[in-house]
Design a protein around this ligand. Structure first.
Ligand code: ATP
Length: 366
């Protein structure tokens, strides 16, 4: 990396990942061409295709390859349809955990005319990424779920002070750059110890941020208020499973999963662009997937890395991508059908590229 360059990985993932990730690279490349940012792209095999070509859904050496990069784009992973063999693992929890990407930043934003339930939503949910209830990632070995007898199942939820503090700090930093309002979402009325520790840890870190207004909301109340008054929220921080559910609910307010981007971040500058949605096998290969979530995740990656490393052309490229997506989303002819448009994936991608300027579009195709 130099002050004008970034090294980024491209991990297409599965199903629609093979369509929306290349579209995101084209858009990022076109924006980078406009600002003089040089992006060195590294294709990294992952997922079902990697199982066929390299014998594993996460081939040996993947972590080392990624460690040498500034960040990467991870397409959606369709692990539920992997064959039941030892080499077919779900790679994304491993990536999040190995690189300590403990905060999953998931914005929700309204755009006019695309079927949002409100015109003025602008919030971001920061989901703890590496502990909580998810049994495949809250332990270092084995599973956080077990069955002591045929008719009893126990699922363990892990909450740590350190994990809670880390995600709280990430959310407070984000709130500082936004409207300076953080809401802690939890259920400490029932999970007195687990959510209690999460909330206490958040308040402890918040002492370092006197400029941020911090309040809290019980998760079931929050789920209701999110539907009725999403404008009441700015930055939200919550535990893993609550965040998983609430970010899909939030996506439903603004046009669905195609409008739900995300960026996984940690303590250092390394980051992973990962949309909220899954691999949507039902629409894969049809050329109709909405590329917004993946392109916006990629835009967030450029913006994050640009700010972390002082690479101003990356920040400028991210700003251009934002303008180009605003432009494309404003016209039904350049947005996909799931968001009240008439375009297919290529039409929407081309609409964004055109808004970036034909020169950028041509370079991206070269
Ligand atoms: P996961 O649990 O892996 O996140 P999921 O159960 O949330 O997956 P998805 O694969 O995300 O399921 O998709 C749910 C539905 O949402 C799909 O069937 C598809 O119709 C729609 N969908 C998801 N992503 C997109 C997209 N980018 N564009 C258009 N529709 C999408």
């Amino acid at each position: 990396m130099t002050s004008r360059s970034l090294r980024l990985g491209v991990l297409e993932g599965d199903d629609i990942g093979h369509e929306i990730v290349p579209a995101s690279v084209r858009v990022a490349e076109a924006a980078a061409a406009r600002t003089g940012l040089a992006i060195e792209w590294t294709q990294v095999p992952i997922g079902r295709r990697a199982l066929d070509t390299h014998g594993s859904t996460m081939p040996a050496g993947t972590l080392d390859t990624l460690a040498a990069l500034d960040g990467w784009i991870l397409g959606p992973i369709g692990h539920r349809e992997y064959p039941k063999v030892a080499e077919a693992i779900n790679p994304h929890p491993i990536l999040r955990k190995h690189f300590d990407l403990f905060a999953n930043v998931r914005p929700t934003r309204s755009y006019p005319g695309i079927g949002c339930l409100y015109d003025d939503i602008d919030l971001v949910i920061v989901r703890e990424n590496n502990e909580g209830f998810q049994p495949d990632r809250n332990v270092v070995a084995g599973s956080g779920e077990f069955r002591p007898t045929e008719d009893v199942t126990i699922s363990v939820r892990v909450i740590s002070k350190e994990g809670s503090r880390k995600v709280a700090r990430a959310a407070l930093e984000l709130a500082r750059a936004r409207r300076k309002h953080l809401t802690l979402v939890h259920k400490n009325t029932v999970f007195k110890l687990g959510c209690g520790m999460f909330v206490d840890s958040c308040y402890e870190v918040a002492k370092d941020y006197p400029d941020i207004t911090v309040d809290e909301c019980i998760v079931d109340t929050f789920a209701m208020r999110l539907v009725r008054e999403p404008q009441a929220f700015d930055t939200v921080v919550t535990t893993n499973m609550f965040g998983d559910i609430l970010t899909d609910e939030a996506a439903g307010l603004v046009g669905g999963l195609g409008m739900a981007p995300g960026l996984c971040i940690g303590r250092g500058s390394l980051a992973m662009a990962q949309a909220t949605h899954g691999s949507a096998p039902d629409i894969a290969g049809k050329g109709i997937a909405n590329p917004y979530a993946m392109i916006e995740s990629t835009r967030m990656l450029l913006d994050w890395l640009g700010r972390q490393h002082g690479v101003s052309p990356a920040v400028e490229a991210a700003a251009l991508m934002r303008q180009a997506m605003d432009h494309a989303l404003a016209d039904p002819a350049t947005r996909t059908r799931d968001i009240a448009g008439t375009a297919d994936l290529e039409g929407m991608t081309q609409g964004i590229l055109n808004a970036l300027g034909s020169e950028g579009g041509k370079r991206a195709h070269a």
